[in-house]
Write a protein that binds this ligand. Structure first.
Ligand SMILES: [Zn+2]
Ligand SMILES: [Zn+2]
Length: 95
């Protein structure tokens, strides 16, 4: 199937065995990743956002319905999610 990439508006060829929730990478969008999803209009690609752990630098997936102030868990701690300058970031929670 063919789907429009929400990042670059380019048409991407998606393998037919791709399932909902599978991750598609777009090389034209600097390696941005998208998740295959569907709604009433059919299949679509949803951008996946990442925020790096302030302790180990690992890129953690930010769930699509997240809002600033949510917590992500890594390194045995909870990190607070913030949204600044159009990107998600994590800050260490106060001890
Ligand atoms: Zn793209
Ligand atoms: Zn970590």
């Amino acid at each position: 199937m063919r789907l429009e990439c929400p990042g670059c508006q380019g048409i991407k060829e998606i393998p037919d065995n791709t399932k909902i929730g599978n991750i598609i990478e777009c090389e034209l969008c600097a390696g941005m990743k998208f998740k295959l999803n569907s709604d009433s209009k059919g299949f679509k690609l949803i951008p996946i956002h990442y925020a790096s752990c302030p302790d180990c630098g690992k890129m953690l997936e930010v769930p699509t319905n997240s809002t600033a102030g949510d917590k992500l868990f890594c390194c045995g701690k909870q990190h607070k999610l913030t949204f600044e300058y159009g990107a998600w970031a994590l800050t260490e929670s106060k001890k």
